[in-house]
Design a protein around this ligand. Structure first.
Ligand code: ADP
Ligand code: MG
Length: 385
């Protein structure tokens, strides 16, 4: 483990007059974290490319994106492990580009637990306090509070090897928070855990976030995790942030095809601009005209539709024709418990995904069906393929 990493994990400092030790809770700083034209290049090639982002104090911000999109490198620049190539970085209004990692007042939790194996749980959580020369009388109550916060009081005397992965991560969280940093950075902290444990720890981390009031920056490649935990999500692609917003904003109003298809399920129809009407845009998709209230001045277009916005019915059930109506063939039907998921195929071979809670009247697999949706349901995007 590098010296800088150990220092951040343990909150170790060289002096007692550590300006980065921020008071909390109750005293939320006026400014959060600002990334300004932040760039990191390796061998001249940008892996974080001119990123701008303002994280609010006390916010739960998630960096979401595929592997290699620059999430860890960005987090690592905030932490101070990775040097900034160009641009600026501020924490609580203070430029920190030249501030060493251990002076930035941040806590950090990683995917691999990084507890000290030869130390008990108590000693692991105590370590940052000891290095900070906090009086023993105070230490014990701080350790108790931190362990209680993650429901691990009972395990104070155990060693890391005697704990499950989830328990080790809770101890790592307690150790990162015990000295009360105002910023907590987490890089895929639940990545090594199974689904059920992950779900439970997600809600635990959310609860801890509410209790401590610190700014959390959380990295994940899992869109469900991002949606369930975050105040806002920054979607990374190729070293750039494509969009920042709440889960609802990103799902309902994606600004790029990448964001729309990375978050949640979708069907995309590719076509060309075929004119405008009083209700919006007409798109030509393999000879079929589709209508949308969405507007975009581009020739090559993509119409993105969410599976719950598409409706399927028998071909002979239609009494009136809809504006957007395509005859399709039902390829598969999957029972999901609370809903059904259908894959249907259009005449040109493209497939579409339909989600419905009530499957009454939907033709069986292999049969033709009518696929319909409302003109305001689709999101029109630039075809960036
Ligand atoms: P993510 O966390 O989103 O998976 P990373 O930030 O780890 O992505 O990596 C972004 C890109 O930067 C990747 O292509 C990766 O190979 C590259 N990269 C990361 N660290 C280094 C390094 N120390 N030297 C060279 N390239 C690196
Ligand atoms: Mg990473």
């Amino acid at each position: 483990m590098s010296k800088a990493l150990t220092q951040v994990l343990t909150g170790s400092t060289d002096t007692d007059s550590d300006a980065a030790m921020q008071p909390y809770p109750g005293e939320v700083p006026a400014e959060g974290i600002s990334l300004v034209n932040l760039t990191k290049k390796y061998g001249g090639i940008p892996v974080v490319d001119d990123v701008n982002l303002a994280i609010k104090p006390g916010e739960f911000m998630t960096f979401l994106g595929p592997s290699g999109s620059g999430k860890t490198t960005t987090l690592s620049m905030i932490a101070g492990f990775t040097d900034v190539t160009s641009g600026d970085l501020k924490i609580h209004g203070n430029p920190v580009k030249d501030v060493p990692a251990n002076k930035r007042g941040i806590g950090m939790v990683f995917q691999n637990y990084a507890l000290f194996p030869h130390m008990s749980v108590h000693a692991n959580v105590e370590f940052p306090l000891r290095v900070r020369k906090i009086a023993k009388s105070e230490r014990n109550s701080m350790i108790r509070d931190a362990l209680a916060m993650v429901h691990m009081e009972e395990y104070a005397d155990r060693f890391p090897a005697e704990l499950s992965g989830g328990q080790q991560q809770r101890v790592a969280l307690a150790r990162a928070l015990v000295y009360r940093p105002s910023v907590l950075l987490m890089d895929e902290p639940l990545g090594a855990l199974d689904k059920k444990l992950r779900d439970w720890l997600q809600s635990e981390i959310k609860r801890v976030h509410r209790e401590v009031g610190a700014t959390f920056v959380y990295v994940t490649h899992d869109q469900e995790e991002a949606l369930s935990m975050s105040d806002r999500i920054a979607v990374f692609n190729n070293g750039k942030i494509e969009q920042v917003g709440t889960g609802v904003e990103l799902y309902e109003k994606p600004e790029t095809l990448f964001v729309g298809t990375f978050l949640g399920e979708s069907t995309v129809f590719y076509g060309t601009h075929a004119g405008t009407t009083s209700t919006g845009t007409v798109i030509d998709v393999a000879g079929t005209h589709l209508h949308t209230t969405s507007e975009l001045k581009e020739t090559k277009l993509a119409l993105l539709l969410r599976p719950e916005k598409l409706f399927l019915s028998a071909t002979d059930s239609a009494t009136t024709s809809a504006v957007n109506e395509v005859t399709v063939s039902v390829k598969s039907a999957t029972y999901l418990g609370a809903a059904w998921r259908y894959v249907v195929e259009l005449p040109d071979g493209t497939s579409a995904l339909v989600r419905t809670e009530n499957n009454a009247g939907i033709p069986e697999v292999g049969q033709p069906a009518l696929l319909r949706w409302n003109v305001e349901s689709g999101v029109l995007l630039r075809d960036e393929r």
